[in-house]
Ligand binder design. Structure first.
Ligand SMILES: [Zn+2]
Length: 96
């Protein structure tokens, strides 16, 4: 597990997009990003395999191979904005 000291620049734009869609606002800089080698990794959620995973309160793990997957990144961002790990209808409404 390696820390990504600064998330990809595109993430700020994506953050604003998902904020706008969900009608929520949150502080992008409070999120701690980690990059995990490979295209998926073992994790305690999703039957043990993840490509992205949000951990309360503000940590997001992204598989390296999916780092620039906008949909996946925005999905995990939405967990952070909502501060919940389940998937209320807003996920589907925003297409993530
Ligand atoms: Zn999710």
């Amino acid at each position: 597990m390696s820390a990504a000291p600064t998330p990809p620049a595109a993430y700020r734009v994506w953050w604003e997009e998902i904020e706008r869609c969900a009608g929520l606002s949150g502080d992008f800089d409070r999120v701690e990003w980690y990059e995990v080698p490979g295209s998926s990794y073992s994790c305690p959620a999703h039957e043990g395999r993840c490509d992205g995973w949000w951990r309360s309160p503000h940590t997001i793990y992204m598989a390296q191979g999916r780092l620039y997957d906008r949909r996946l990144a925005e999905h995990e961002m939405l967990h952070d904005l909502l501060q919940r790990g389940d998937h209320p209808p807003v996920f589907q409404a925003c297409g993530v």
